[in-house]
Write a protein that binds this ligand. Structure first.
Ligand SMILES: *Cc1c(COP(=O)(O)O)cnc(C)c1O
Length: 385
């Protein structure tokens, strides 16, 4: 089976992890802040806050922006459930903005219309989470401008997009957002086994996220309600969680980050080869905004089912049976049983639903060989034509 994604663990990674395991610190030591600096520097952000997952980092980001009961969070329906769940964690209400059918990203026109309506009804969101689907940045110029006009804070869910660029800037520089979150789950571009990092240019937001991931505790005397009792002293000044990354994860991440550029280049080269090799089969290939340089987390084809004469599910099962570890990203979140309790129904977000009805993620990972890619191409051709 050729998987749709696969991590790459080298001898350097193994050495880095072994070094931590035989050192004095397994949790809070020098590597976590070093990893935070490595990630922040790579994306030209001033601050990085590591967490034990991107989900935790997204939650901490929402907390830092003050999201709470009575507030709304908006995201897209075609994402992993975590992008929406974090709103519920904060006690907020969640709604969705439909996607653009070509980029699979939040549609700025749909966002503009929805913001205008929400302003009239007094239900503007506090936080907006666009997702950089497949590694291609959403149109942050337009989304950021709309957010600014309506006073909405923005968290970029860049779980797919470390190493990507938009309009000449690395995703994570937060030119049009408050915070950007990256995931280091093994299926993503770079891994720490489980892990996430939130980056920002804002020192105050970084400090709040730091407290959110560590019990609401501070050691900063300026934030304490009274003078320190002594060198051991810390204060819990709000409610936080134990969302910290370990030294083991950070060491793996530091080692992996050295190969970020190479990984993205390999993925992009495979994507270009797919573009050429799959041009004549009955599928729609992923469209790229000319301002975007994707990190190519996923390569998603959309089946032209009427031409193929098979159902989506039949194609999916045939590809799996033929040895391709294809996958489907994502089941529209608003159609999940949990979300129906909030009144969402089939038909609410037609672009995300039509995407789901014919999308398939085909194998793409940095260490995929040309022979593996050619096998993917020939299997697709044999199945679909
Ligand atoms: C993977 C992913 C997440 C969650 O990341 P974890 O690190 O697994 O918590 C959130 N959003 C999107 C879009 C993802 O792909």
């Amino acid at each position: 089976m050729i998987p749709y994604g696969r991590q790459d663990i080298t001898q350097d990674d193994l050495d880095a992890v072994r070094d931590v395991l035989t050192s004095d610190f397994l949790t809070q030591g020098p590597r976590v802040p070093e990893f935070e600096r490595v990630v922040a520097t790579a994306v030209q952000a001033a601050h990085g806050v590591a967490a034990n997952s991107a989900t935790s980092a997204l939650h901490a980001a929402c907390m830092a922006l003050g999201l709470g009961p009575g507030d709304w969070l908006w995201t897209v329906p075609n994402t992993f459930v975590a992008s929406a769940n974090v709103g519920i964690y904060c006690g907020a209400q969640v709604d969705f903005v439909d996607i653009d059918p070509d980029s699979f990203n939040m549609c700025p026109d749909a966002l503009g219309t929805k913001l205008k309506q929400a302003e009239e009804t007094g239900t503007l969101p506090k936080v907006l989470i666009p997702v950089h689907m497949t590694g291609q940045s959403a149109d942050m110029e337009r989304i950021g401008a709309l957010a600014k006009r309506y006073g909405v804070r923005v968290i970029e869910d860049a779980s797919h997009a470390i190493g990507a660029h938009f309009a000449g800037a690395p995703v994570g520089r937060c030119d049009h957002s408050d915070i950007t979150v990256f995931s280091f789950h093994p299926v993503k571009i770079v891994t720490t086994a489980e892990g996430g990092v939130a980056v920002t240019q804002d020192a105050e937001l970084a400090a709040r996220m730091k407290r959110a991931v560590s019990h609401g505790i501070t050691r900063d005397p300026d934030l304490m309600t009274h003078a320190s009792d002594g060198p051991w002293y810390y204060q819990q000044i709000e409610l936080g969680y134990n969302y910290r990354m370990t030294e083991v994860q950070a060491a793996l991440g530091i080692s992996q980050m050295q190969r970020l550029g190479r990984y993205v280049d390999c993925r992009a080269a495979h994507a270009r080869a797919y573009d050429a090799a799959l041009a004549d089969i009955p599928v729609d290939l992923p469209q790229q905004d000319p301002r975007s340089r994707s990190s190519w987390h996923l390569y998603v084809i959309r089946l032209r089912l009427e031409q193929i004469g098979m159902t989506h599910r039949e194609v999916f099962e045939a590809l799996r049976a033929a040895g391709l570890g294809v996958n489907l990203h994502y089941i529209p979140v608003h159609t999940q049983p949990f979300w129906r309790q909030f009144g969402f129904a089939q038909g609410d977000f037609p672009n995300a639903e039509s995407y789901y009805a014919r999308a398939i993620s085909i194998p793409l990972f940095a260490t995929m060989t040309d022979a593996q890619r050619e096998e993917v191409v020939s299997t697709l051709k044999a199945t679909l034509t």
